[in-house]
Design a protein around this ligand. Structure first.
Ligand SMILES: [Zn+2]
Length: 602
């Protein structure tokens, strides 16, 4: 049978040749470099001349955003090159060049920010009233407010400089140690030494003995290094807390909430509503234990498969399924996905030498996206494909907005992707050919809910408590283990037979320096998207335009305002969250009904 859709993406339509040797890309790099240094010169000249006229600065801001698109176009291309072939040495060199250009661009932006802060209120009024600034007034105000809340520019610059060795270095050190670790796994009478990533993959093995063995060996391996990781974590947190103190920020959640453009009331009420609804999900965990024939689930049982009833779905069929299901919710989204399949926007081929994982990246000048993944035909692969198409669609509806207004935070970044994924995952459940297959697909979906409601809740509880204790001094490794176990017991409602005390060491997210509190935005995004999905399921295709309007505003509103404007919902009240959770609970009900008999026999 001939294939209808290409499984290898077309990069040549972006830069002729489509490889790391593309002369067209070289040309683009040269132009971008020149544009950045031209802007740098222009900003310097304007500053030197003492020109503070609003039209001058509006002009510079327009130009800076345009150049931002050039930089992004370049970095998107190299990320495609390095992903499709990890051995492409030429691409690695190009990647270094793009990083340098990008850093130079950031420096110019900082120089611009300095001036934004220096303007008097009157000048500020004039600038934000410039016609070209209307669509980015939220973003400009946000830039200025964030700069105002920090220390004077020279002090912030010093912090930035010190952070290279005193902060980011701890994150790098963490990665360095993890990279050297190896986990001894007994397999077929031999002991194999696996990387922690390879070993972790075996935690979803259908055989319980294997999972148990791997889990224990992982805990032991992490346990050997916790003295070092207690150092990296304490110092990283110490640097962050000292910086907060200097800026006068007493609440450790202040920065993460600001970055995610949300209020603390919203975060509190979200967790509160989740906690109230946990009994439904603990019932699911109990049922799963019964189905697996154990008294209580262990940590490694949670995502264990219940059956091996899985169907392989060829890529062409997955494409048809996605387009058909999207159409029920939004013809525009369906047409968009069809266009992506027809024009080879997706790199899906299952071959050696590709980077693991999946992503979606955008070329703002070409106004096209590319999706990267390795498609092997599983149901979760189909969901991933839909997920990445959701990201691409989100970008597409924002294409005509100024660059600054396109920047959305982590908590809303997953809105369109989760939405698209839900459409397809739900359809798969409905179309399951056997009860067994349907149960497995529901179990996959509920696994995700458990991750967002319990696993990430544990991370959040641990991290807030750890930072509070860290304010008083170093928190020793035994205490870190204790805090983690306590957080997990609480988040999982004491439903598990064992916990992972060293999770604070094994979870990379606690050691990420780019963003603080890399946890609650995930849960927010999941439920926010569920709330939208529930609305869309009710309203059908009529919801399409409201959905597009909502997506277009994700880069230029506080989340509470976004929900009030487009969903008529109050995120600081329980109702929205409860309705979103009720929607997830429908899956629990179906799962419980379908497995009642089977569980009774076990
Ligand atoms: Zn995503």
């Amino acid at each position: 049978m001939t294939k209808r859709y290409a499984e290898v993406w077309d990069l040549g339509s972006i830069f002729a040749g489509g490889t790391s040797g593309s002369p067209a890309f070289q040309q683009h790099l040269r132009e971008t470099k020149e544009a950045v240094s031209g802007l740098e010169q222009a900003v310097e000249d304007v500053k030197k001349a003492g020109d503070e006229r609003s039209e001058t600065w509006a002009g510079l801001l327009v130009r800076a955003q345009e150049i931002g698109k050039y930089v992004r176009e370049a970095s998107a291309f190299v990320s495609c090159l390095t992903a499709q072939n990890v051995k492409d040495e030429e691409a690695k060199i190009l990647s270094g060049e793009v990083k340098a250009i990008s850093a130079a661009y950031q420096t110019v932006m900082t120089a611009i920010d300095e001036q934004l802060l220096a303007f008097t209120d009157e000048q500020w009024q004039a600038l934000t009233s410039e016609p070209a600034m209307a669509e980015i007034s939220y973003n400009l105000n946000e830039r200025r407010e964030r700069a105002e809340e920090k220390l004077p520019a020279d002090k912030e610059q010093l912090i930035q400089q010190l952070s290279v060795d005193g902060y980011q270095a701890w994150g790098d050190m963490y990665n360095e140690i993890v990279g050297r670790m190896s986990v001894p796994i007994d397999e077929d009478g031999q002991t194999k030494h696996l990387s922690v990533g390879q070993a972790a993959n075996k935690l979803s093995d259908p055989a319980r003995d294997t999972r148990e063995h791997v889990f224990q060996r992982l805990e032991e391996t992490w346990g050997k290094e916790t003295d070092l990781f207690a150092n990296t974590l304490n110092h990283l947190a110490g640097f962050r807390l000292t910086t907060y103190e200097a800026r006068g920020w007493s609440d450790v959640l202040y920065e993460p909430l600001t970055i995610n453009r949300m209020q603390s009331e919203t975060l509190d009420v979200m967790w509160e509503t989740i906690t109230e609804n946990k009994p439904a999900f603990t019932a699911y965990l109990e049922r799963k234990a019964a189905l697996l024939g154990v008294d209580q689930l262990a940590m490694h049982d949670i995502s264990a498969p219940l059956t091996d009833a899985s169907r392989m779905i060829p890529f062409d069929d997955a494409a048809d399924l996605i387009v058909t299901q999207f159409r029920k919710f939004s013809p525009k989204m369906a047409d968009f996905a069809q266009h992506a399949f027809d024009h080879a926007w997706i790199e899906a081929e299952d071959r050696d030498g590709k980077r693991p994982g999946g992503f979606c990246t955008t070329f703002p000048l070409k106004e096209e996206s590319r999706i990267f993944m390795t498609y092997d035909g599983s149901a979760s692969n189909v969901a991933t494909l839909a997920h990445e198409l959701g990201h691409a669609y989100h970008q597409m509806v924002m294409n005509d907005l100024p660059q600054m207004a396109q920047k959305y935070a982590m908590n809303v970044a997953e809105t369109a992707s989760t939405f698209a994924e839900m459409i397809v995952a739900d359809a798969a459940v409905k179309q399951a050919e056997t009860a067994e297959e349907k149960i497995q697909l529901l179990d996959n979906k509920l696994n995700r809910s458990i991750a967002f409601f319990m696993n990430i809740h544990a991370r959040f509880l641990f991290e807030t408590r750890f930072y509070e204790e860290r304010k008083q001094g170093i928190v020793r490794e035994e205490r870190l283990n204790e805090l983690m176990t306590k957080a997990q017991k609480e988040a999982y409602c004491e439903m598990l037979s064992d916990y992972s005390p060293t999770f604070w060491a094994s979870k990379l997210h606690f050691h990420i320096t780019a963003v603080p509190f890399y946890n609650f935005p995930y849960t927010f995004g999941y439920l926010f998207s569920m709330g939208i999905y529930r609305r869309a399921a009710e309203e059908g295709a009529a919801f399409e335009n409201s959905y597009i309007d909502l997506l277009r505003d994700t880069g230029r509103m506080q989340v509470e305002d976004l929900a009030a404007k487009h969903l008529d919902a109050d995120l600081t009240g329980k109702e929205f969250w409860q309705q979103a959770i009720d929607f997830v609970k429908e899956d629990v009900d179906t799962f419980m009904a379908m497995t009642a008999e089977k569980a009774a026999h076990n």
